[in-house]
Write a protein that binds this ligand. Structure first.
Ligand SMILES: [Cu+2]
Length: 149
């Protein structure tokens, strides 16, 4: 009995996959499917050049968007995406290869949770521009203001 329906179902699936694929690429190539708010970088402890940066990432679209890293032209600066997690009562950090921003949702990078780890930032600049790299290949520059807290 199921056999006659087989080809019909397969055809519908093919159409669904094609339309999903098409709109996904359109959104990615538009370049700014995400909005950033409250972007700031903490002034490092005196004499240190490792610190963290935070922001809210808003996805107003109806497709999830993956951030796979952050790049910067700031001299000597390297950025990793981290997450603070509690393990056996101890706070630890692990590196994340990507962060998914679900459709119609906000993901916060905030103290105690996901954050950007900056290696090689002395805090003397008033701000620093970090560009989010999207899974689709686009990049979104974001200005992070330097603040003590
Ligand atoms: Cu970290």
């Amino acid at each position: 009995m199921a056999r006659p329906y087989g080809p019909v179902v397969a055809g519908m699936l093919a159409i669904l996959v094609a339309s999903c694929d098409g709109s996904g690429h359109d959104r990615q190539s538009l370049g700014s499917p995400l909005k950033f708010d409250n972007a700031w970088v903490r002034v490092p402890v005196a004499g240190r050049t490792v610190t963290a940066a935070y922001c809210d990432v808003i996805n107003p679209g109806d497709m999830p968007v993956d951030i796979v890293g952050f790049e910067t032209n700031h001299p000597g600066l390297r950025v990793e995406i981290h997450e603070s997690i509690e393990h056996d009562g101890m706070m630890q950090m692990r590196r994340l290869a990507r962060v998914t921003i679900p459709a119609k949702a906000t993901v916060s990078f905030a103290p105690g949770g996901k954050h950007l780890m900056l290696f090689g930032f002395d805090g003397s600049a008033a701000d620093v521009t970090l560009a989010a790299t999207l899974a689709g290949g686009g990049t979104l520059p974001v200005v992070f203001a330097t603040r003590p807290e």
